[in-house]
Design a protein around this ligand. Structure first.
Ligand SMILES: [Zn+2]
Ligand SMILES: [Zn+2]
Length: 218
């Protein structure tokens, strides 16, 4: 599996493209491309590498993570899937853009399907286990690829910290619980790909991330 990471929009969201090298099939996680230039960069990458997007999945539905969702669906014909518990962010997408003084965008399209804990997203040889990790948002998800030793954790764990919980329906205790129950038990060599910032192994985070150290000690 190849992991291609783009960093898009003024909030520097990581958009990931997971590629099965043999079949050229791909999964897109958190399509955050916002400007015309970012969207062109994304589109060119998919086309120039002969990729076929099979699934588009969201770690959560905060607007910065779904900025490019309509564009990807209209360009490649694949609708997005996410946790139903975050649907309010999708329904109020434009209101939230106004509220946070972000560049305007067309209304969000409805989801193509919902993901829940225990689901498996399978494309080519890629097999992502869906883990429910609420706290940063009520519908937070992580996607764990066991044989590739990596997990896409959204804003649950960020480089050197954890996701903020002061936004609508965020909850610190819930987030700590999610991290304890779903992420800390993963093998230490699991590479964590976050919604913002650089990837790092879980082992590294356990040693160097002050928020994670605090959670382990609690
Ligand atoms: Zn977020
Ligand atoms: Zn984010």
């Amino acid at each position: 599996m190849i992991v291609k990471r783009f960093t898009f929009n003024i909030l520097n969201v990581n958009t990931y493209v997971l590629i099965d090298e043999k079949t050229k099939e791909a999964i897109v996680i958190d399509p955050g491309c916002q400007s015309a230039e970012e969207r062109k960069t994304f589109k060119d990458y998919i086309i120039n590498n002969n990729l076929e997007i099979k699934r588009v999945i969201d770690t959560h539905l905060h607007f910065d993570h779904i900025y490019g969702q309509r564009f990807v669906e209209e360009t490649f014909g694949v609708g997005a899937e996410a946790c139903k518990k975050d649907i309010t962010f999708l329904n109020h997408y434009q209101d939230l853009l106004v509220m946070f003084n972000m560049p305007m965008d067309d209304e969000a399209l409805p989801l193509k399907g919902y993901l829940v804990d225990g689901d498996v997203v399978e494309v080519g040889s890629i097999r992502l286990n869906v883990l429910q990790v609420p706290g940063h948002s009520p519908g937070g998800l992580a996607f764990y690829e066991e044989k590739e030793h990596c997990a896409f954790v959204g804003d649950t764990i960020l480089e050197g910290g954890i996701g903020r919980t002061d936004m609508h329906r965020g909850n610190y205790d819930t987030l700590v619980n999610s991290i304890k129950e779903k992420l800390l038990p993963l093998p230490d060599d699991t590479m964590l790909y976050s919604g913002h910032g650089e990837p790092a192994t879980l082992g590294h985070e356990k040693e160097c991330n002050p928020e994670i150290i605090k959670i382990i000690k609690s």
